[in-house]
Design a binder for this molecule. Structure first.
Ligand SMILES: [Zn+2]
Length: 564
Protein backbone atom coordinates (compact mmCIF):
# COMPACT_ATOMS: atom_id res chain seq x y z
CA UNK A 1 0.00 0.00 0.00
CA UNK A 2 1.35 3.42 -0.95
CA UNK A 3 1.67 6.08 1.69
CA UNK A 4 2.04 9.68 0.71
CA UNK A 5 3.86 12.47 2.51
CA UNK A 6 4.05 16.10 1.55
CA UNK A 7 6.88 18.37 2.62
CA UNK A 8 7.26 22.10 2.39
CA UNK A 9 10.80 22.96 1.43
CA UNK A 10 12.93 24.79 3.92
CA UNK A 11 15.68 27.00 2.50
CA UNK A 12 18.28 24.25 2.72
CA UNK A 13 16.05 21.64 1.15
CA UNK A 14 15.22 23.98 -1.70
CA UNK A 15 18.88 24.58 -2.26
CA UNK A 16 19.53 20.86 -2.36
CA UNK A 17 16.73 20.26 -4.81
CA UNK A 18 17.91 23.07 -7.07
CA UNK A 19 21.35 21.57 -6.97
CA UNK A 20 19.99 18.21 -8.09
CA UNK A 21 17.91 19.67 -10.92
CA UNK A 22 19.38 20.47 -14.34
CA UNK A 23 21.33 23.71 -14.39
CA UNK A 24 19.74 26.83 -15.92
CA UNK A 25 16.38 25.16 -15.87
CA UNK A 26 14.64 28.29 -14.47
CA UNK A 27 12.44 26.32 -12.15
CA UNK A 28 10.97 27.29 -8.80
CA UNK A 29 10.28 24.33 -6.54
CA UNK A 30 6.83 24.34 -4.93
CA UNK A 31 6.37 20.87 -3.51
CA UNK A 32 8.13 17.56 -3.17
CA UNK A 33 5.82 14.56 -3.04
CA UNK A 34 7.13 11.09 -2.53
CA UNK A 35 5.71 7.62 -2.60
CA UNK A 36 7.89 4.51 -2.28
CA UNK A 37 10.18 4.26 -5.28
CA UNK A 38 8.98 7.51 -6.79
CA UNK A 39 9.46 11.23 -6.24
CA UNK A 40 7.36 13.96 -7.78
CA UNK A 41 8.53 17.56 -7.85
CA UNK A 42 5.96 20.23 -8.43
CA UNK A 43 7.76 23.16 -10.06
CA UNK A 44 6.91 26.37 -11.85
CA UNK A 45 8.79 27.83 -14.76
CA UNK A 46 10.25 31.23 -13.88
CA UNK A 47 11.30 32.43 -17.32
CA UNK A 48 10.38 36.11 -17.51
CA UNK A 49 9.22 36.03 -21.10
CA UNK A 50 8.15 33.56 -23.74
CA UNK A 51 9.72 33.56 -27.19
CA UNK A 52 7.60 32.71 -30.23
CA UNK A 53 9.12 29.74 -32.09
CA UNK A 54 8.07 31.22 -35.45
CA UNK A 55 8.88 34.95 -35.32
CA UNK A 56 11.22 34.66 -32.32
CA UNK A 57 9.76 37.78 -30.71
CA UNK A 58 9.59 37.89 -26.90
CA UNK A 59 6.23 38.36 -25.23
CA UNK A 60 4.78 38.60 -21.71
CA UNK A 61 1.15 38.10 -22.68
CA UNK A 62 0.01 34.92 -21.02
CA UNK A 63 -2.80 33.01 -22.66
CA UNK A 64 -3.22 30.21 -20.10
CA UNK A 65 -1.33 27.76 -17.87
CA UNK A 66 -1.14 23.96 -17.83
CA UNK A 67 0.79 21.11 -16.23
CA UNK A 68 3.46 19.25 -18.12
CA UNK A 69 4.95 16.01 -16.79
CA UNK A 70 8.58 15.14 -17.44
CA UNK A 71 10.48 12.07 -16.37
CA UNK A 72 13.98 12.93 -15.12
CA UNK A 73 17.10 11.02 -14.00
CA UNK A 74 16.39 8.95 -10.88
CA UNK A 75 17.40 10.17 -7.44
CA UNK A 76 19.02 7.16 -5.87
CA UNK A 77 16.62 4.27 -6.21
CA UNK A 78 13.67 6.59 -6.87
CA UNK A 79 12.23 7.55 -10.19
CA UNK A 80 11.87 11.30 -10.46
CA UNK A 81 8.91 12.97 -12.08
CA UNK A 82 8.74 16.72 -12.67
CA UNK A 83 5.30 18.31 -12.76
CA UNK A 84 6.05 21.63 -14.39
CA UNK A 85 3.55 24.46 -14.35
CA UNK A 86 4.07 26.09 -17.73
CA UNK A 87 2.36 28.83 -19.70
CA UNK A 88 0.89 29.38 -23.12
CA UNK A 89 1.75 32.77 -24.58
CA UNK A 90 0.07 34.99 -27.13
CA UNK A 91 2.46 36.03 -29.89
CA UNK A 92 3.23 39.77 -29.90
CA UNK A 93 3.56 40.02 -33.68
CA UNK A 94 0.20 40.68 -35.25
CA UNK A 95 1.19 39.27 -38.64
CA UNK A 96 2.70 36.05 -37.16
CA UNK A 97 0.87 32.91 -38.27
CA UNK A 98 1.33 31.47 -34.77
CA UNK A 99 -1.17 33.14 -32.49
CA UNK A 100 -0.62 31.09 -29.33
CA UNK A 101 2.45 29.06 -28.43
CA UNK A 102 3.57 26.95 -25.49
CA UNK A 103 6.47 27.90 -23.30
CA UNK A 104 9.84 26.37 -24.30
CA UNK A 105 11.85 24.90 -21.44
CA UNK A 106 15.27 25.53 -22.93
CA UNK A 107 17.95 23.11 -21.74
CA UNK A 108 15.51 21.11 -19.58
CA UNK A 109 13.52 19.32 -22.27
CA UNK A 110 12.46 19.59 -25.89
CA UNK A 111 8.95 20.78 -26.78
CA UNK A 112 6.40 17.99 -26.26
CA UNK A 113 9.07 15.56 -24.97
CA UNK A 114 8.11 13.33 -22.06
CA UNK A 115 11.65 13.08 -20.72
CA UNK A 116 14.25 15.65 -19.75
CA UNK A 117 17.19 15.97 -22.11
CA UNK A 118 19.57 14.50 -19.57
CA UNK A 119 17.42 11.40 -19.04
CA UNK A 120 17.11 10.99 -22.81
CA UNK A 121 20.90 11.21 -23.18
CA UNK A 122 21.43 8.61 -20.45
CA UNK A 123 18.98 6.24 -22.15
CA UNK A 124 20.58 6.82 -25.54
CA UNK A 125 24.00 6.01 -24.11
CA UNK A 126 22.56 2.72 -22.86
CA UNK A 127 21.00 2.07 -26.25
CA UNK A 128 24.22 2.67 -28.17
CA UNK A 129 26.18 0.48 -25.81
CA UNK A 130 23.90 -2.55 -25.55
CA UNK A 131 21.04 -2.08 -28.03
CA UNK A 132 17.29 -1.65 -27.63
CA UNK A 133 16.27 -4.90 -25.92
CA UNK A 134 19.11 -5.01 -23.44
CA UNK A 135 18.99 -1.22 -22.98
CA UNK A 136 15.37 -1.53 -21.91
CA UNK A 137 16.29 -4.22 -19.36
CA UNK A 138 19.21 -2.18 -18.03
CA UNK A 139 17.00 0.92 -17.86
CA UNK A 140 14.60 -0.98 -15.60
CA UNK A 141 17.46 -2.04 -13.32
CA UNK A 142 18.66 1.55 -13.06
CA UNK A 143 15.23 3.05 -12.33
CA UNK A 144 14.82 4.56 -15.80
CA UNK A 145 12.10 2.31 -17.24
CA UNK A 146 11.62 2.46 -21.01
CA UNK A 147 10.21 -0.02 -23.49
CA UNK A 148 12.55 -1.54 -26.07
CA UNK A 149 10.65 -0.14 -29.02
CA UNK A 150 10.50 3.34 -27.44
CA UNK A 151 14.23 3.22 -26.87
CA UNK A 152 14.77 2.14 -30.48
CA UNK A 153 12.68 4.99 -31.83
CA UNK A 154 14.54 7.40 -29.53
CA UNK A 155 17.79 6.08 -31.03
CA UNK A 156 16.46 6.54 -34.55
CA UNK A 157 15.27 10.08 -33.83
CA UNK A 158 18.40 11.32 -32.11
CA UNK A 159 21.09 9.08 -33.54
CA UNK A 160 22.05 10.83 -36.76
CA UNK A 161 25.65 11.96 -36.62
CA UNK A 162 27.40 14.01 -39.24
CA UNK A 163 31.11 13.93 -39.80
CA UNK A 164 33.37 16.19 -41.80
CA UNK A 165 34.27 14.63 -45.16
CA UNK A 166 37.44 12.63 -44.55
CA UNK A 167 40.63 13.55 -46.35
CA UNK A 168 41.80 9.92 -46.28
CA UNK A 169 39.01 7.42 -46.77
CA UNK A 170 39.25 3.68 -46.12
CA UNK A 171 36.64 1.54 -47.82
CA UNK A 172 35.80 -2.15 -47.63
CA UNK A 173 32.83 -4.43 -47.95
CA UNK A 174 31.17 -6.52 -45.23
CA UNK A 175 28.54 -9.22 -45.11
CA UNK A 176 25.11 -7.96 -44.13
CA UNK A 177 22.45 -10.66 -44.47
CA UNK A 178 20.98 -13.14 -46.89
CA UNK A 179 18.75 -10.75 -48.87
CA UNK A 180 21.31 -7.96 -49.15
CA UNK A 181 24.58 -9.83 -48.90
CA UNK A 182 27.04 -7.00 -48.89
CA UNK A 183 27.43 -3.54 -47.52
CA UNK A 184 30.15 -0.94 -47.67
CA UNK A 185 31.83 0.64 -44.68
CA UNK A 186 33.60 3.98 -44.97
CA UNK A 187 36.20 4.98 -42.41
CA UNK A 188 38.01 8.25 -41.84
CA UNK A 189 41.54 6.87 -41.55
CA UNK A 190 42.94 10.03 -39.99
CA UNK A 191 40.31 10.33 -37.27
CA UNK A 192 39.90 6.56 -36.81
CA UNK A 193 36.15 7.01 -37.15
CA UNK A 194 33.62 5.17 -39.29
CA UNK A 195 31.71 7.83 -41.22
CA UNK A 196 29.07 5.82 -43.04
CA UNK A 197 27.60 2.39 -43.61
CA UNK A 198 26.02 1.80 -47.01
CA UNK A 199 23.90 -0.99 -48.42
CA UNK A 200 25.53 -2.69 -51.40
CA UNK A 201 29.15 -2.78 -52.46
CA UNK A 202 28.97 -1.99 -56.15
CA UNK A 203 30.26 0.93 -58.12
CA UNK A 204 27.04 2.93 -57.86
CA UNK A 205 26.93 2.91 -54.06
CA UNK A 206 30.40 4.38 -53.60
CA UNK A 207 30.08 6.77 -56.58
CA UNK A 208 26.93 8.30 -55.13
CA UNK A 209 28.60 8.78 -51.78
CA UNK A 210 31.74 10.31 -53.32
CA UNK A 211 29.67 12.71 -55.44
CA UNK A 212 27.86 14.02 -52.37
CA UNK A 213 31.06 14.22 -50.28
CA UNK A 214 33.62 16.27 -52.16
CA UNK A 215 37.00 16.71 -50.54
CA UNK A 216 38.31 13.16 -50.27
CA UNK A 217 41.95 13.18 -51.36
CA UNK A 218 43.07 9.58 -50.81
CA UNK A 219 41.12 6.31 -50.96
CA UNK A 220 42.51 3.11 -49.49
CA UNK A 221 40.74 0.05 -50.90
CA UNK A 222 41.03 -3.59 -51.88
CA UNK A 223 41.35 -4.79 -55.49
CA UNK A 224 37.63 -5.16 -56.17
CA UNK A 225 36.56 -3.63 -59.49
CA UNK A 226 33.51 -1.86 -58.00
CA UNK A 227 35.41 0.47 -55.72
CA UNK A 228 38.09 1.08 -58.33
CA UNK A 229 35.59 2.15 -60.99
CA UNK A 230 33.64 4.26 -58.50
CA UNK A 231 36.79 6.12 -57.46
CA UNK A 232 37.90 6.61 -61.06
CA UNK A 233 34.55 7.91 -62.27
CA UNK A 234 33.14 9.84 -59.33
CA UNK A 235 36.40 11.28 -58.02
CA UNK A 236 39.12 11.01 -60.67
CA UNK A 237 41.38 13.47 -58.84
CA UNK A 238 41.53 11.20 -55.76
CA UNK A 239 44.71 9.23 -55.20
CA UNK A 240 43.97 5.53 -54.89
CA UNK A 241 46.00 3.32 -52.60
CA UNK A 242 45.68 -0.46 -52.71
CA UNK A 243 45.77 -2.25 -49.42
CA UNK A 244 48.98 -4.21 -48.86
CA UNK A 245 47.31 -7.01 -46.91
CA UNK A 246 44.78 -7.52 -49.70
CA UNK A 247 47.59 -7.62 -52.28
CA UNK A 248 49.30 -10.40 -50.33
CA UNK A 249 45.99 -12.20 -49.92
CA UNK A 250 45.38 -12.01 -53.68
CA UNK A 251 48.85 -13.38 -54.36
CA UNK A 252 48.16 -16.27 -51.99
CA UNK A 253 44.92 -17.05 -53.81
CA UNK A 254 46.70 -17.02 -57.15
CA UNK A 255 49.37 -19.44 -55.94
CA UNK A 256 46.74 -21.65 -54.37
CA UNK A 257 44.75 -21.78 -57.60
CA UNK A 258 47.87 -22.62 -59.58
CA UNK A 259 48.72 -25.41 -57.17
CA UNK A 260 45.18 -26.76 -57.21
CA UNK A 261 45.57 -27.32 -60.95
CA UNK A 262 48.55 -29.56 -60.16
CA UNK A 263 47.00 -31.59 -57.40
CA UNK A 264 48.38 -34.82 -58.91
CA UNK A 265 51.94 -33.51 -58.64
CA UNK A 266 51.33 -32.48 -55.03
CA UNK A 267 50.06 -35.98 -54.29
CA UNK A 268 52.95 -37.62 -56.10
CA UNK A 269 55.48 -35.57 -54.16
CA UNK A 270 53.80 -36.62 -50.92
CA UNK A 271 54.03 -40.26 -51.98
CA UNK A 272 57.71 -39.91 -52.91
CA UNK A 273 58.62 -38.38 -49.57
CA UNK A 274 56.82 -41.24 -47.87
CA UNK A 275 58.63 -43.88 -49.95
CA UNK A 276 62.08 -42.34 -49.93
CA UNK A 277 62.47 -40.70 -46.56
CA UNK A 278 65.71 -42.60 -46.08
CA UNK A 279 67.22 -41.55 -49.39
CA UNK A 280 69.79 -38.81 -49.28
CA UNK A 281 68.24 -36.79 -52.06
CA UNK A 282 65.45 -35.78 -49.72
CA UNK A 283 67.54 -35.57 -46.57
CA UNK A 284 67.60 -32.18 -44.94
CA UNK A 285 70.53 -29.91 -45.74
CA UNK A 286 73.46 -30.36 -43.37
CA UNK A 287 73.49 -26.74 -42.29
CA UNK A 288 69.98 -27.21 -41.02
CA UNK A 289 69.02 -26.20 -37.52
CA UNK A 290 67.37 -28.74 -35.27
CA UNK A 291 63.66 -29.11 -35.94
CA UNK A 292 62.69 -27.45 -32.71
CA UNK A 293 63.93 -24.04 -33.91
CA UNK A 294 62.20 -24.16 -37.27
CA UNK A 295 58.95 -22.70 -38.33
CA UNK A 296 55.98 -24.97 -38.54
CA UNK A 297 53.31 -24.37 -41.14
CA UNK A 298 50.06 -23.32 -39.49
CA UNK A 299 47.56 -26.16 -39.30
CA UNK A 300 43.87 -25.89 -39.05
CA UNK A 301 43.35 -27.98 -35.96
CA UNK A 302 40.13 -29.90 -35.65
CA UNK A 303 38.36 -28.50 -32.60
CA UNK A 304 38.42 -30.73 -29.51
CA UNK A 305 35.11 -32.48 -28.87
CA UNK A 306 33.01 -31.14 -26.03
CA UNK A 307 32.92 -33.30 -22.85
CA UNK A 308 29.43 -34.44 -23.80
CA UNK A 309 30.51 -35.39 -27.32
CA UNK A 310 33.63 -37.14 -25.98
CA UNK A 311 31.48 -39.17 -23.59
CA UNK A 312 29.09 -40.11 -26.42
CA UNK A 313 31.99 -41.20 -28.59
CA UNK A 314 33.45 -43.30 -25.77
CA UNK A 315 30.07 -44.96 -25.15
CA UNK A 316 29.63 -45.66 -28.86
CA UNK A 317 33.02 -47.36 -28.90
CA UNK A 318 32.24 -49.44 -25.79
CA UNK A 319 28.90 -50.56 -27.20
CA UNK A 320 30.65 -51.86 -30.30
CA UNK A 321 33.43 -53.53 -28.30
CA UNK A 322 30.90 -55.38 -26.15
CA UNK A 323 28.88 -56.37 -29.21
CA UNK A 324 32.05 -57.72 -30.83
CA UNK A 325 32.60 -59.83 -27.69
CA UNK A 326 29.21 -61.38 -28.36
CA UNK A 327 27.26 -59.59 -25.62
CA UNK A 328 23.50 -59.25 -26.13
CA UNK A 329 21.74 -55.88 -26.20
CA UNK A 330 20.31 -56.49 -22.74
CA UNK A 331 23.77 -57.24 -21.36
CA UNK A 332 25.22 -54.11 -22.93
CA UNK A 333 22.38 -52.02 -21.50
CA UNK A 334 22.88 -53.32 -17.98
CA UNK A 335 26.67 -53.08 -18.20
CA UNK A 336 26.83 -49.49 -19.50
CA UNK A 337 23.63 -48.16 -17.89
CA UNK A 338 22.50 -46.69 -21.19
CA UNK A 339 18.99 -46.30 -22.51
CA UNK A 340 17.73 -49.11 -24.75
CA UNK A 341 17.21 -46.67 -27.65
CA UNK A 342 20.72 -45.29 -27.33
CA UNK A 343 22.30 -48.73 -27.48
CA UNK A 344 20.19 -49.64 -30.52
CA UNK A 345 21.08 -46.40 -32.21
CA UNK A 346 24.81 -46.89 -31.58
CA UNK A 347 24.68 -50.45 -32.87
CA UNK A 348 23.15 -49.24 -36.12
CA UNK A 349 25.92 -46.64 -36.44
CA UNK A 350 29.29 -48.11 -37.55
CA UNK A 351 30.97 -44.75 -36.89
CA UNK A 352 29.76 -42.24 -34.37
CA UNK A 353 27.63 -39.49 -35.90
CA UNK A 354 26.65 -36.66 -33.63
CA UNK A 355 23.08 -35.46 -33.90
CA UNK A 356 23.56 -32.20 -32.16
CA UNK A 357 20.66 -29.83 -32.10
CA UNK A 358 21.61 -26.57 -33.70
CA UNK A 359 19.24 -23.65 -33.10
CA UNK A 360 19.64 -22.93 -36.83
CA UNK A 361 19.14 -26.11 -38.84
CA UNK A 362 21.53 -26.50 -41.74
CA UNK A 363 20.42 -25.09 -45.07
CA UNK A 364 21.25 -28.56 -46.44
CA UNK A 365 18.65 -30.25 -44.19
CA UNK A 366 15.82 -30.13 -46.78
CA UNK A 367 18.02 -32.19 -49.12
CA UNK A 368 18.83 -34.89 -46.55
CA UNK A 369 16.70 -37.62 -48.18
CA UNK A 370 18.23 -36.99 -51.60
CA UNK A 371 21.75 -36.96 -50.17
CA UNK A 372 21.16 -40.18 -48.23
CA UNK A 373 19.96 -41.91 -51.40
CA UNK A 374 22.97 -40.73 -53.41
CA UNK A 375 25.35 -41.61 -50.57
CA UNK A 376 24.10 -45.18 -50.49
CA UNK A 377 24.45 -45.38 -54.26
CA UNK A 378 28.14 -44.76 -53.58
CA UNK A 379 28.41 -41.08 -54.50
CA UNK A 380 30.63 -39.71 -51.77
CA UNK A 381 32.37 -36.88 -53.65
CA UNK A 382 31.13 -33.88 -51.73
CA UNK A 383 31.84 -31.51 -54.58
CA UNK A 384 29.73 -33.61 -56.98
CA UNK A 385 26.87 -33.76 -54.49
CA UNK A 386 27.10 -30.00 -53.96
CA UNK A 387 26.85 -29.43 -57.74
CA UNK A 388 23.84 -31.74 -57.91
CA UNK A 389 22.13 -29.80 -55.12
CA UNK A 390 22.84 -26.57 -56.95
CA UNK A 391 21.02 -28.07 -59.92
CA UNK A 392 18.02 -28.43 -57.60
CA UNK A 393 18.12 -24.79 -56.60
CA UNK A 394 20.32 -25.06 -53.49
CA UNK A 395 22.13 -21.76 -52.96
CA UNK A 396 24.33 -22.70 -49.98
CA UNK A 397 28.10 -23.01 -50.04
CA UNK A 398 30.28 -26.05 -50.63
CA UNK A 399 31.40 -25.69 -47.01
CA UNK A 400 27.85 -26.11 -45.72
CA UNK A 401 27.46 -29.40 -47.64
CA UNK A 402 30.86 -30.53 -46.42
CA UNK A 403 29.95 -29.73 -42.80
CA UNK A 404 26.69 -31.58 -43.22
CA UNK A 405 28.27 -34.73 -44.67
CA UNK A 406 31.65 -34.90 -43.02
CA UNK A 407 30.71 -37.37 -40.28
CA UNK A 408 28.58 -39.64 -42.44
CA UNK A 409 30.08 -43.14 -42.44
CA UNK A 410 31.14 -44.46 -45.83
CA UNK A 411 28.60 -46.82 -47.41
CA UNK A 412 29.31 -50.52 -46.84
CA UNK A 413 31.86 -51.97 -49.22
CA UNK A 414 33.40 -48.64 -50.07
CA UNK A 415 36.94 -48.06 -48.89
CA UNK A 416 38.49 -44.64 -48.87
CA UNK A 417 40.22 -44.14 -52.23
CA UNK A 418 41.34 -41.18 -54.19
CA UNK A 419 37.94 -41.20 -55.89
CA UNK A 420 36.44 -39.85 -52.68
CA UNK A 421 39.33 -37.70 -51.66
CA UNK A 422 37.55 -35.41 -49.24
CA UNK A 423 36.09 -38.29 -47.30
CA UNK A 424 39.23 -40.34 -47.62
CA UNK A 425 41.29 -37.57 -46.11
CA UNK A 426 38.92 -37.44 -43.19
CA UNK A 427 38.73 -41.15 -42.55
CA UNK A 428 42.49 -41.53 -42.47
CA UNK A 429 42.70 -39.65 -39.20
CA UNK A 430 46.29 -38.94 -38.23
CA UNK A 431 47.76 -40.24 -41.48
CA UNK A 432 49.57 -37.52 -43.40
CA UNK A 433 47.09 -36.64 -46.14
CA UNK A 434 48.23 -35.02 -49.38
CA UNK A 435 49.19 -31.49 -48.44
CA UNK A 436 46.47 -29.13 -49.57
CA UNK A 437 47.27 -26.32 -52.04
CA UNK A 438 46.76 -24.00 -49.07
CA UNK A 439 49.53 -25.72 -47.12
CA UNK A 440 51.84 -26.12 -50.09
CA UNK A 441 51.48 -22.42 -50.83
CA UNK A 442 52.81 -21.78 -47.33
CA UNK A 443 55.76 -24.13 -47.96
CA UNK A 444 56.60 -22.38 -51.24
CA UNK A 445 56.47 -18.92 -49.69
CA UNK A 446 59.18 -19.87 -47.19
CA UNK A 447 62.81 -20.67 -47.67
CA UNK A 448 63.78 -24.35 -47.21
CA UNK A 449 66.00 -23.46 -44.25
CA UNK A 450 63.01 -21.98 -42.46
CA UNK A 451 61.06 -25.24 -42.66
CA UNK A 452 60.99 -28.41 -40.64
CA UNK A 453 62.97 -31.29 -42.17
CA UNK A 454 59.81 -33.15 -43.23
CA UNK A 455 58.35 -30.07 -44.91
CA UNK A 456 61.66 -29.15 -46.53
CA UNK A 457 61.88 -32.68 -47.95
CA UNK A 458 58.38 -32.39 -49.34
CA UNK A 459 59.21 -29.02 -50.87
CA UNK A 460 62.34 -30.45 -52.46
CA UNK A 461 60.46 -33.46 -53.85
CA UNK A 462 57.81 -31.18 -55.28
CA UNK A 463 60.30 -28.88 -57.00
CA UNK A 464 62.12 -31.92 -58.34
CA UNK A 465 58.90 -33.21 -59.91
CA UNK A 466 57.82 -29.83 -61.22
CA UNK A 467 60.85 -27.55 -61.63
CA UNK A 468 58.72 -24.63 -62.82
CA UNK A 469 57.25 -24.40 -59.35
CA UNK A 470 60.56 -22.98 -58.14
CA UNK A 471 59.94 -19.90 -60.26
CA UNK A 472 56.48 -19.65 -58.72
CA UNK A 473 58.07 -19.96 -55.30
CA UNK A 474 60.72 -17.32 -56.08
CA UNK A 475 58.17 -14.91 -57.55
CA UNK A 476 55.92 -15.41 -54.54
CA UNK A 477 58.70 -14.83 -52.02
CA UNK A 478 59.93 -11.75 -53.88
CA UNK A 479 56.45 -10.27 -53.98
CA UNK A 480 55.98 -10.79 -50.25
CA UNK A 481 59.32 -9.10 -49.56
CA UNK A 482 58.55 -6.30 -52.01
CA UNK A 483 55.29 -5.54 -50.20
CA UNK A 484 56.60 -5.97 -46.66
CA UNK A 485 59.71 -3.89 -47.23
CA UNK A 486 57.90 -1.40 -49.49
CA UNK A 487 60.40 -1.74 -52.33
CA UNK A 488 58.53 0.40 -54.85
CA UNK A 489 61.46 0.38 -57.31
CA UNK A 490 61.30 -3.44 -57.44
CA UNK A 491 57.66 -3.50 -58.53
CA UNK A 492 58.10 -2.93 -62.25
CA UNK A 493 60.84 -5.59 -62.69
CA UNK A 494 58.72 -8.03 -60.71
CA UNK A 495 55.70 -7.44 -62.96
CA UNK A 496 57.86 -8.11 -66.03
CA UNK A 497 59.13 -11.37 -64.56
CA UNK A 498 55.63 -12.46 -63.53
CA UNK A 499 54.21 -11.72 -66.97
CA UNK A 500 56.87 -14.03 -68.43
CA UNK A 501 56.35 -16.89 -65.98
CA UNK A 502 54.76 -20.17 -67.15
CA UNK A 503 51.70 -19.85 -64.93
CA UNK A 504 48.63 -18.30 -66.43
CA UNK A 505 47.04 -17.32 -63.11
CA UNK A 506 50.14 -15.41 -62.06
CA UNK A 507 50.42 -13.76 -65.47
CA UNK A 508 46.85 -12.58 -65.14
CA UNK A 509 47.57 -11.28 -61.64
CA UNK A 510 50.55 -9.31 -62.99
CA UNK A 511 48.53 -7.86 -65.87
CA UNK A 512 45.82 -6.86 -63.40
CA UNK A 513 48.33 -5.07 -61.19
CA UNK A 514 49.80 -3.33 -64.20
CA UNK A 515 46.40 -1.97 -65.15
CA UNK A 516 46.19 -0.18 -61.81
CA UNK A 517 49.88 0.44 -61.44
CA UNK A 518 49.60 3.86 -59.72
CA UNK A 519 47.43 2.37 -56.98
CA UNK A 520 49.82 -0.55 -56.44
CA UNK A 521 52.76 1.85 -56.42
CA UNK A 522 50.94 4.01 -53.86
CA UNK A 523 50.51 0.94 -51.64
CA UNK A 524 54.29 0.89 -51.35
CA UNK A 525 54.83 4.60 -50.85
CA UNK A 526 51.79 5.71 -48.83
CA UNK A 527 51.36 4.81 -45.18
CA UNK A 528 47.62 4.12 -45.50
CA UNK A 529 46.00 0.71 -45.38
CA UNK A 530 42.56 -0.72 -44.71
CA UNK A 531 43.73 -2.49 -41.55
CA UNK A 532 41.72 -0.01 -39.52
CA UNK A 533 38.66 -0.69 -41.66
CA UNK A 534 38.98 -4.41 -40.91
CA UNK A 535 38.98 -3.49 -37.22
CA UNK A 536 35.77 -1.53 -37.68
CA UNK A 537 34.24 -4.49 -39.52
CA UNK A 538 35.06 -6.73 -36.56
CA UNK A 539 33.30 -4.26 -34.28
CA UNK A 540 30.37 -4.16 -36.70
CA UNK A 541 30.07 -7.96 -36.64
CA UNK A 542 30.00 -7.87 -32.87
CA UNK A 543 27.16 -5.32 -32.91
CA UNK A 544 25.30 -7.37 -35.51
CA UNK A 545 25.52 -10.47 -33.31
CA UNK A 546 24.31 -8.46 -30.32
CA UNK A 547 21.30 -7.52 -32.42
CA UNK A 548 20.58 -11.24 -32.89
CA UNK A 549 21.47 -11.08 -36.58
CA UNK A 550 18.17 -9.36 -37.41
CA UNK A 551 19.53 -5.86 -37.37
CA UNK A 552 17.94 -3.23 -39.56
CA UNK A 553 20.56 -1.42 -41.53
CA UNK A 554 19.56 2.00 -40.22
CA UNK A 555 19.97 0.98 -36.59
CA UNK A 556 23.13 -0.99 -37.23
CA UNK A 557 24.53 2.02 -39.05
CA UNK A 558 23.73 4.36 -36.17
CA UNK A 559 25.23 2.00 -33.63
CA UNK A 560 28.42 1.62 -35.67
CA UNK A 561 28.72 5.39 -36.00
CA UNK A 562 28.18 5.83 -32.25
CA UNK A 563 30.37 2.96 -31.14
CA UNK A 564 33.65 4.51 -32.23
ZN1 LIG B 1 5.22 34.75 -33.59
Amino acid sequence: MKTQQTLSPTDTLEELIKWLLPEQANLQVDRLVFTPGELTLLVTSTQPVGRCPVCEKATRRIHSRYWRTLEDLPWGANRLRLRVHVRRFVCATASCPRKVFTERLGPLAEPSARRTDRLRDALLALGWAVGGEEGSRQGMVHHMPIGASTLLSLMRRHGERTFPTPRVLGVDDWFFQQDHPTGTILVDLERHQPVDLLLGSDEQVLSDWLRSHRGVQIISRDRGAGYRKASERAAPQVKQVLDRWHLLKNLGEVIQKTLAQQIDVLRQAGQQVKNHTQQTSFAPPESAQPDGQRRKPPRRKPSAPSPRRAWQMAMHQQVHELAAEGKTQAEIISRLHLHRQTVRKYLRMPTFVAHYCSPHPSSVEPYRAYLEARWHQGEVMIKTLWRELQGQGFTGSYKSVWTFLRHWPLPAGLTPTSSCSSVAALTRRGAPATPTPWRVKWLLLHKPEELKAKDAAYRQALLYLSPHLSSLSALGQDFVRLIRERQSEALLPWLERAKGCPYEELQRFAHGLEREFPAVQAALTEPWSTGQVEGQITRLKLLKRQMYGRANLDLLRLRVLHAA
